[in-house]
Design a protein around this ligand. Structure first.
Ligand SMILES: Cc1ncc(C[n+]2csc(CCOP(=O)(O)OP(=O)(O)O)c2C)c(N)n1
Length: 710
């Protein structure tokens, strides 16, 4: 197999075009098999960029030249060509290959933030640094999809590239799609350009010419010029870019390696910002992906490569399904309800709503800020917008949430999917900030469902409110519960009555491990009270008063502990009897750290946020703060493991930082309401398994030529 001979970009440069055709087919097969056996990963986007990535690595000299992948979900081929093929067996597994570029893995990777639309700004900055360096010949290449180009930062980046005249090559990888077809007028124009007869005939000429390269290199160049002028006839996209001061070339066939090489070389020689527009086919070469109308198998779970993912494996599940069904029910009851997505109608469960009420559905592109402020406008006009967005992407629109929705007290509902530890996608995708951020927005009501049934009730309640509300729910399977285990309105729900020594307040999905912990504690003679908090703001005063009557209060959440729900609850308990002693409150949650990829349940377990971990923390806290006679090592199953690999320590070491006080002390902080904070011991011992995985990331790092600053 040719693929086995490729251990770095220089190996790719040795091949002729026939060999490259064979290699491209081998890469496609390899990617399909890798995603299938990893049980999750990005497929369609990677299948579409095989030839593009080959051409880039043949023309540019990575890592001396900077290749900046926007979003980074399409960088598998880049990883394969830069010496990481053999690590694909560990793709997205704990301690294994990241699903995105990773600076810890390879010197060929520069940007690992997979929040879209940033590449042109990074490129602008890097180009400024290159210009001032003693190696100004290094070239800066940003590869951005037509989907990512809909994000505001991409437009801002273009503006700055044009304004500064930066020497940057922008490769516009246009497959006409984000997940769904890309929603933008520019994208429509790009499509028109693609179909324009003048462009097609010019493309045919260039294709013929480059076949005979290098003999007729000049002819190829003049054909490129012909193509360029043909493009001018169609006007819109070239004018759009050129008005901003960015030169435009294209469109080129993104599966024709020789043609792209020719264009990339010309572009690299241009002394300013230049967009090279390449047309690719998402999912190319794998029929199940080519045939998938919804998303060209943008991402896929475990499947048989011979047949592709089955319809049942692709069906909506868990909380997303509950949200999708609730939107249909509520949409039928109220015609003022409208739905907004930022380019993710399928993954957020909005496709059925879109199908039923297309005029009440808005896809704003990968533009969360626009989604939030548009929703504010809709609410001002009397509509009841529901913005469905992944928790991690809402952080991009925090200012809009706070100023445009919050300040005006507008009744916008945010449905935050994938809240909490999400797992395989790693630090950029964990939804752990939403709770802490939303708690900073005055007047924002915050719901956290612990079951599919709760989500439906909460969404309906949120739409009854006259101000902003958020319903945040996780990616993991949704609990199904009978009606007597579903709360209502803004009330908390008492789940279990104990004997007054400890009260556990569980937020959202953490109810399940909290109940498990209560059962473990009960086996040791500790009868805990358990509440499902349901609504984090406003807190149910009955729950707060009841918690305050216990010897110890423990809060459990799957968001950052610092400034999160637990801290908020601790304040409320302290406020019960100002100036008088209140019970100590132990807050369990996520440390302020960049937590690497791995299975969500495993990560939560490592952080001490599973049943045994919570029980162990409760025991330790009881030993310290009460006289209830629990001194001596408790014998709850699993506690010894938890003690051996204590929760949460040092996760920030993953990011290569020196372990900070924040990360090391963050397993759970025990505070007395009188103000004394005693977070001395909980969770600050030793390196956790999470941090241990960072070490193996380092081991994955592929050595490369020293090329200057990273
Ligand atoms: C800020 C942000 N919002 C949403 C996403 C989720 N997301 C990942 S890839 C993608 C579509 C990207 O489309 P495009 O750039 O055209 O790349 P393609 O997958 O089509 O190659 C989206 C919406 C994201 N990564 N970042």
């Amino acid at each position: 197999m040719l693929l086995e001979t490729i251990n770095g970009p220089s190996d790719v440069r040795k091949l002729d075009y026939d060999q490259l055709t064979v290699l491209a087919a081998e890469i496609r097969q390899f990617v399909v098999e890798a995603v299938s056996s990893a049980q999750s990963g990005h497929l369609g986007s990677n299948l579409g960029v095989v030839e593009l990535t080959l051409a880039l690595h043949r023309v540019f000299d990575s890592p001396r030249d900077y290749l900046i992948w926007d979003t980074g979900h399409q960088a598998y081929v880049h990883k394969i060509l830069t010496g990481r093929r053999e690590l694909f067996g560990t793709l997205r597994q704990a301690g294994g290959l990241s699903g995105y570029p990773s600076r810890a893995e390879s010197v060929h990777d520069w940007v690992e933030n997979s929040h879209a639309s940033t590449a042109l700004c990074y490129a602008h900055g890097i180009a400024a640094a290159v210009k001032r360096s003693n190696n100004p010949g290094r070239r800066v290449v940003a590869i951005i999809g037509d989907g990512a180009l809909t994000g505001g930062m991409a437009y801002e980046g273009l503006n700055n590239l044009g304004h500064s005249g930066s020497r940057v090559v922008v490769i516009l990888n246009d497959n006409g799609r984000s997940y769904a077809p890309t929603v933008s007028k520019l994208s429509e124009s790009l499509t028109k350009l693609r179909l324009h007869p003048g462009v097609s005939s010019a493309r045919r000429r260039i294709e013929t010419a480059v076949k005979d390269l290098p003999k007729v290199g000049n002819l190829a160049y003049s054909s490129l010029q012909g193509l360029y002028s043909a493009v001018r006839e169609v006007i819109e996209p070239p004018v759009f870019f050129e008005t901003l001061g960015v030169r435009y070339v294209g469109p080129l066939d993104g599966h024709d390696i020789a043609g792209m090489e020719q264009a990339f070389r010309q572009a690299a020689a241009y002394d300013g910002p230049i967009v090279v527009h390449v047309i690719t086919q998402k999912g190319r070469g794998y029929k199940p992906a080519e045939d998938d109308e919804e998303k060209c198998l943008h991402d896929a779970g475990g499947f048989d490569p011979a047949v592709g993912p089955t319809p049942s494996s692709r069906a909506l599940k868990g909380y997303t399904l509950a949200f999708s069904e609730a939107m249909l029910e509520l949409g039928a009851k109220r015609d003022d309800v409208v739905a907004i997505t930022a380019a993710m109608p399928g993954p957020t469960g909005l496709l059925p709503f879109q199908k039923r009420w297309p005029e009440r559905f808005f896809d704003v592109g990968i533009a969360e800020q626009a989604a939030v402020t548009s929703a504010a406008g809709m609410a001002m006009g009397g509509l009841r917008p529901v913005v469905a967005v992944y928790s991690t992407f809402l952080t991009r629109a925090f200012d809009q949430l706070n100023m445009d929705v919050g300040l005006h007290g507008l009744p916008v509902v945010f449905a935050l999917d994938r809240a909490g530890i999400t797992g395989d996608d790693g630090p950029s995708h964990h939804g752990i900030l939403d709770m802490a951020l939303c708690l900073k927005v005055p007047g924002m009501t915050i719901f956290a469902p612990s079951s599919a049934q709760e989500l439906k009730v909460m969404l309906a309640s949120a739409l009854e409110l006259s101000g902003p509300a958020v319903v945040r729910y996780p990616k993991t399977p949704a609990r199904q519960v009978p009606p007597d285990q579903v709360g209502s309105g803004l009330s908390a729900r008492l789940v279990r009555r104990g004997n007054g020594c400890v009260c556990i307040l569980a937020v959202g999905k953490m109810l399940e491990p909290a109940e498990e912990a209560a059962a473990l504690l009960s086996a040791e003679g500790v009868e805990a009270t358990v509440w499902d908090v349901r609504v984090v703001r406003p807190l149910d005063p009955k729950m707060v008063a009841d918690a305050g009557s216990h010897d110890l209060v423990v809060t459990v959440e799957d968001g950052v502990r610092n400034g999160g729900a637990g801290n908020f609850i601790a304040d409320a308990i302290a406020d019960l009897n100002p100036g008088r002693e209140s019970p100590p409150v132990l807050n369990l949650g996520i440390p302020t750290a960049y937590i690497p990829h791995g299975k969500a349940d495993r990560i939560l377990g490592q952080l001490g946020l599973d049943g045994p971990g919570i029980a162990a923390s409760v025991f330790r806290a009881l030993e310290r703060v009460s006289e209830v006679g629990l001194a001596g090592a408790p014998s709850v199953a699993g506690i010894s493991e938890i003690d051996a690999a204590p929760a949460i320590a040092g996760a920030s070491a993953v990011a290569g930082e020196a372990a900070s006080h924040d990360a090391l002390g963050d397993a759970g902080a025990l505070s007395g309401a009188s103000g004394s904070v005693t977070n001395d011991a909980l969770g600050d011992a030793g390196a956790s398994a999470v941090a241990g995985e960072a070490a193996s990331h380092d081991a994955l790092r592929v050595a490369g030529e020293a090329v200057g600053p990273r």
